[in-house]
Design a protein. Structure first.
Length: 291
């Protein structure tokens, strides 16, 4: 009987241990977790500062001074180890974020500065929530979804209200804007990435039904730790094979036109085909780096 009594006396302790385990498991997070995806602009291994002159850019190597640098990020998803996509729900702020769109602005400036078209305020992060879980990668698009890309900019609010990111025709918004003053073009060599072949054609108020070249690259960073990594937008990589002292058609630089021969090298860096050409194997403009 003594062993039996000892067994009975141990039973409450065993039950308490089970209760503790049950209590611990119930406190594990199951709801949404905050997500902040940080971006940074660099020129090679140097930090990007609007108005600073950088050397060794392009091919042949030359100097360039950026005067504006902005881009739109949309449809942000986190990737699990199995490759599943989990959308990030953005936190709207009525300025840089709305819907599933974030405006990233790297260029600080204003009237009287070397970056007169820029504003003093910048934004270098995407902020939102995602289901609690473990994530190993990141995927998003550069540019706006079609339905947001073709709206009336004059009445738009938040991230859609920035007029210098909108074309004055129905191609819509620019996905990326990088303005430079180069040795060969001291008054401007520009990269404005956006949609082309939008029909029906017309003014900015003519809403197209389709664009033959949306030019919205999908960016995948398969090894990305949200808590520790940043997305690096590298100007040097974007310009690596471009001649910044030449103009091969249209305005100086690449305005996304299908006959502009300054665009093939830029499109390749974005991971985009140019004018029906082959799709590059990868993009080189954006990469991840540990903070």
């Amino acid at each position: 009987m003594k062993p039996f009594r000892r067994f009975l006396s141990a039973t409450p302790l065993f039950a308490a241990a089970l209760a503790a385990c049950s209590s611990d498991s119930s406190t594990e997070p199951t709801g949404p977790q905050p997500v902040t995806i940080r971006f940074a602009a660099q020129v090679g291994n140097q930090a990007f500062t609007c108005g600073t002159t950088y050397s060794g850019l392009g091919s042949p190597a030359t100097t360039a001074t950026p005067s504006d640098f902005m881009l739109y990020v949309s449809n942000v998803r986190l990737l699990t180890s199995s490759g599943a996509e989990v959308p990030v729900t953005l936190t709207p702020d009525n300025k840089f974020q709305a819907d599933n769109v974030t405006l990233i602005d790297f260029a600080a400036g204003g009237a009287g500065t070397a970056c007169a078209n820029a504003t003093a305020e910048t934004n270098t992060q995407v902020v939102g929530t995602a289901p609690a879980g473990s994530y190993t990668g990141l995927r998003f698009e550069l540019g706006l979804p079609f339905e947001k890309n073709h709206q009336d900019q004059t009445t738009a609010t938040g991230p859609y209200s920035v007029s210098r990111m909108f074309w004055s025709w129905n191609a819509g918004y620019k996905a990326v804007r990088l303005d430079l003053n180069t040795g060969g073009f001291p008054t401007g060599w520009f990269i404005h990435l956006g949609s082309t072949g939008c029909t029906p054609t017309g003014s900015a108020s003519t809403v197209p039904t389709a664009c033959t070249a949306p030019n919205r690259p999908t960016v995948t960073l398969s090894n990305f730790d949200v808590s520790r990594d940043r997305v690096i937008a590298d100007v040097a990589q974007l310009l690596a094979t471009s001649n910044l002292n030449a103009n091969q058609g249209g305005p100086a630089g690449c305005m996304s036109g299908t006959t502009d021969l300054d665009c093939p090298a830029i499109f390749s860096s974005f991971g985009l085909p140019f004018n029906g050409g082959a799709l590059p194997s990868s993009q080189s403009f954006l990469r991840s780096a540990r903070q």
